[in-house]
Design a protein around this ligand. Structure first.
Ligand code: HEM
Length: 395
């Protein structure tokens, strides 16, 4: 089994284990221990590279990310549309108010895109770089939301499953690059080699570390085969059951916010339609869609165009480079015209407001291994004073 040099799996390092057993053990450890530990680990000093850091390899990984930048951006965007449908990720975001409407979603995810792009291009250990600065801003945002959510629900590190835990950080990490590693051709990265995929994993291993993820929980601590198996396992165990719309979406607000993000990015990418993107990915992943999820003829044309572009056209490097360049130009344009776009979106979608479907603290994290209870279900079970969460302070 090929593995990245110098990894530290803590208790689970055993090269004799099959990949299957290894990823199950890693996931079990992440759920059973990582969900009790603070997401931004205070023992990680982002000024100091980890012992396994290899500067040349990191630079090479950034070059690979640059070469496949269009595919990486597409994978992150689509990973976001899938992950945001899940309460464990969306509830903290709804609490800060930055996800309240389509205009705010545009600003929030434009900022995210700018920050993450800087992580792909500049030196995170150089104090004057954009990457160094934005990583500190993001770490402090995560520390604040950790404090807010866990104080309000009286959760303590080591005693309770936490909001913004190591578990949630590692799964969010997957959202940024997972689809590219599992379905590279569907992301348009046709010629990408195994070594280049390992570069993307290495890059995110370093970025995971800098965001405060411990090595033993870092999703990218293994080689390509192991990471692919781990990502598939996480999808089957955690993601798919929570985004399956049959018989009904388990968390409707998640669906609405994902649609809101698609609407928010249409000024930058006019072909984005939520139903089309969802159909594209649900067909690839193998999640059934309900018969009511009908595409209009216009959507069907967009779906054919999308398949043709990503699964065929982007196989031509010249076309890839052109679309890569155009996507970057659009990002620069959006940054320059951010306020006007925001204003336009605010007028256009003034009737869309995203609020938690009930008390944001009513999502219990206590049954994480099997199933996350959503506000939707809790509503149906008639809430008690503590909103069904024994750790929630009764007001
Ligand atoms: C490796 C994992 C993660 C990465 C790379 C990441 C990335 C980011 C980035 C780039 C920002 C800055 C956005 C901006 O400038 O507006 C941000 C902010 C934020 N993130 Fe994360 N994030 C991760 C995990 C999480 C998790 C697990 C949660 C909670 C479940 C979370 C919740 C937030 C919140 C609440 C903000 C503040 C902005 C807002 O209210 O939307 N993040 N994150």
């Amino acid at each position: 089994m090929k593995q990245i040099e110098g990894e530290d799996y803590g208790e689970i390092n055993n090269n004799n284990q099959s990949i299957d057993v290894l990823v199950k053990t890693r996931y079990k450890q992440l759920v059973e221990k990582g969900s009790y530990e603070i997401g931004v680990d205070p023992n990680i000093n982002p000024d100091l590279p980890p012992t396994w850091f290899d500067k040349q390899r990191f630079i090479r990984s950034q070059k690979t990310a640059e070469k496949y930048s269009l595919s990486l951006k597409f994978a992150s965007f689509c990973g976001l549309l899938l992950g945001i449908q899940i309460p464990t990720f969306l509830e903290p975001l709804l609490v800060t108010g930055h996800h309240e409407n389509v205009a705010k979603l545009f600003k929030r995810y434009l900022e995210t895109s700018i920050k993450v792009s800087s992580w792909y291009t500049s030196d995170p250990f150089d104090e004057s770089s954009a990457s160094y600065k934005s990583l500190r801003v993001v770490r402090s945002m995560h520390k604040s939301i950790y404090k807010l959510m866990n104080n309000l629900t009286d959760r303590q590190s080591g005693r309770d499953r936490l909001w913004v835990s190591q578990f949630q950080m590692a799964l969010t990490q997957a959202g940024f690059f997972g689809l590219l590693i599992l379905y590279s051709k569907d992301c348009g990265a046709h010629g990408i080699t195994d070594d280049e995929l390992e570069d993307i994993i290495y890059l995110w291993r370093v970025l995971g570390y800098l965001n405060g993820i411990q090595d033993k929980y870092n999703l990218c601590s293994g080689g390509l085969k192991e990471t692919q198996a781990y990502l598939l396992h996480i999808n089957k165990q955690f993601i798919e059951p929570q985004i399956n719309p049959i018989p009904a979406h388990p968390y409707p607000i998640g669906h609405q916010v994902a649609q809101g993000i698609s609407d928010a990015f249409r000024p930058m990418q006019p072909n984005i339609r939520y139903h089309v993107y969802l159909t594209y990915w649900y067909n690839i992943i193998g999640i059934p869609l309900p018969p009511t999820f009908d595409l209009t003829w216009f959507h069907q044309i967009l779906l054919v165009l999308m398949k043709f572009t990503f699964q065929k056209l982007l196989g031509f490097r010249l076309i890839y480079n052109f679309l890569n360049w155009r996507t970057k130009q659009r990002l620069i344009w959006a940054e320059k015209n951010c306020s006007q776009i925001e204003k336009r979106l605010a007028d256009q979608y003034n009737d869309k407001l995203f609020k938690p479907s009930s008390c944001p603290f009513s999502v219990t994290l206590d049954s994480l291994t099997h199933h996350v209870v959503t506000p939707h279900e809790i509503d149906n079970q008639q809430l008690d004073d503590n909103h069904n969460d024994p750790l929630l302070k009764s007001k």
